[in-house]
Write a protein that binds this ligand. Structure first.
Ligand code: ADP
Ligand code: ADP
Ligand code: MG
Length: 456
């Protein structure tokens, strides 16, 4: 395949990830094109990009989620590639197809691959065929009766999951047959509304699992490189809050095993240029593949801090036809931990807290990276995901990384909106977190209860 020049990239996104992508484009000498809605007039990503195009009203359905509006901006700007970031249309095969159809490079998997990967049961059945363990449950979408049969067979509690769900949404825990019968109908209605498909499947509910994922890169010639794992077990409502690498429970042998599994599935389904294979680890140390994310992930800086690889740069190089020239990582040097900063109020049920930033101190500390799109005067609109920044700390060991992260979070001053910074500090200071004894249900079990008691 000949090399294709990428000289101008449109970023179909906003906020910290748009700024992050533009930074790499500048480094590579590629022209950057931002898009913005009414709510984002004057936002940082529009100012640092070489060009910026208006794509519509604040309502994301009419702008950042509007395929026609994005395509129009691509045509107007004569961009030769589109980077979708994460969220919004990043996993939309429709946008990928529309981009391909006008002869522009989509910095993501081919639209056909994306269409197949929309279905989580496609991944489950493919993995299963390859001999990769999946969480016990159904390998295809099921009716209510089938769900019941399978649930009785694998044992309650189970999870009902939307086949096309994502972002921690569309997952419902069910503890007995009566509950399943009721929840099935509402979950399937909700799935239809949220994801355009009512398909559900059943999975065994794992008690206190750990979420561990492998970062994979694949070029157009089928060369695959893995960059080790990230553990993302600190979650609230199935959504990640704190991520780290290496995982305290992954040794070199396990890393090799997980990397092998991840490479196998990525090659099979053709997921390039960068994707992440997520696994759940049960109490006994068994790993099960749970899904593939076919885009850059929120937590990619954790891997970048440790490996020095710029994953966005690799995505662009791969899509321009270059062969991968970096090596797989099987040994990490040091530890990196990321905390997601949200504009939300931990003392009021984590309600989003939009507003205007009227005071801001962003610390500049060695071995700390802060990805954000903030300035004094920045409006945090109510229309979009409340993630406003990511603080990533690197240390020689885990305790050093934790201490450094804490120092950075304490030095991060922001007024005009509420944030979850104090909540994160509470978690990383806790003995459980310090010992690395974490699982995806830890926050719910230990920190939300405490939190409620404090309010009462
Ligand atoms: P990552 O696994 O990269 O950390 P998340 O699962 O937290 O990413 O999702 C990244 C962003 O994309 C979040 O803002 C999330 O709300 C959004 N997102 C991901 N998938 C979907 C989806 N299918 N529908 C709606 N939002 C989604
Ligand atoms: P999404 O596409 O929404 O990210 P995932 O399948 O990756 O969905 O699941 C998100 C999170 O939900 C996981 O990281 C984990 O915390 C929890 N989860 C998913 N499947 C199970 C399971 N079978 N048992 C227990 N928890 C699960
Ligand atoms: Mg996931």
């Amino acid at each position: 395949m000949p090399t294709r020049n990428i000289r101008k990239v449109l970023i179909a996104n906003r906020g910290e990830i748009a700024v992050r992508i533009i930074r790499t484009l500048k480094k590579l000498g590629i022209t950057s094109v931002a898009v913005y809605s009414d709510a984002d007039k004057g936002a940082l990503h529009t100012k640092i990009a070489d060009e910026a195009y208006y794509i519509g009203p604040s309502n994301p359905l009419k702008s950042y989620l509007n395929v026609d509006a994005i395509i129009e901006a691509v045509k107007k700007s004569s961009a030769d590639a589109v980077h979708p970031g994460y969220g919004f249309l990043a996993e939309s095969y429709k946008l990928a197809k529309a981009v391909e159809d006008i002869g522009v490079i989509w910095i993501g998997p081919p639209s056909k691959v994306m269409e197949r990967l929309e279905s989580k049961t496609y991944l489950r059945s493919t993995a299963s065929r390859l001999g990769i363990p999946v969480v016990p449950g159904s390998l295809k979408p099921v009716s209510k009766d089938e769900a019941l049969k399978i649930a009785i067979n694998i044992g309650f509690p189970v999870l009902l999951k939307a086949d096309k769900g994502g972002g921690g949404k569309g997952i419902r825990k069910v503890s007995n047959p009566e509950e399943l019968s009721v929840v099935f109908d509402s979950a399937s209605r909700e799935a239809l509304l949220a994801f355009g498909s009512s398909d559900l499947y059943v999975e065994k509910y794992l008690d206190r699992p750990r979420h561990i994922e492998i970062q994979v890169l694949m070029d157009l010639y089928g060369n695959v490189v893995t960059l080790g794992e990230r553990e993302c077990s600190i979650q609230r409502r199935y959504q990640k809050i704190i991520e780290e690498a290496p995982s305290p429970v992954v040794d070199r042998k396990t890393r090799e095993y997980l990397s092998q599994m991840a490479s196998l599935i990525v090659r099979e389904v053709g997921c390039l240029p960068a994707c992440t294979v997520e696994f759940l680890r049960d109490n006994e140390g068994n790993f099960y593949i749970s899904e593939i994310n076919k885009r850059i992930q929120v937590e990619h800086p954790v891997t970048e801090m440790l490996t020095g690889v710029d994953i966005i740069e690799q995505q662009i190089r791969i899509m321009s036809g270059e062969q991968l020239s970096i090596k797989s990582v099987l040994e990490f040097n040091g530890v990196a931990i990321e905390a997601r900063i949200y504009a939300e109020d931990p003392d009021n049920n984590f309600m989003p807290s939009p507003g205007v930033i009227n005071y801001l101190e962003i610390p500049s500390i060695d071995n700390i990276r802060i990805d954000h799109a903030l300035e004094i005067g920045t409006k945090i609109p109510p229309y979009y995901d409340p993630l406003i920044a990511k603080v990533i700390a690197k240390g020689e060991n885990r305790l050093e990384a934790i201490e450094r992260l804490k120092f950075a979070l304490e030095s991060f001053k922001i007024n005009g909106i509420k944030t979850n910074i104090s909540f994160i500090i509470k978690i990383i200071e806790s003995p459980d977190f310090k010992k690395g004894e974490i699982d995806t249900q830890l926050v719910e079990r230990k920190f939300l209860r405490e939190n409620k008691e404090q309010i009462q």
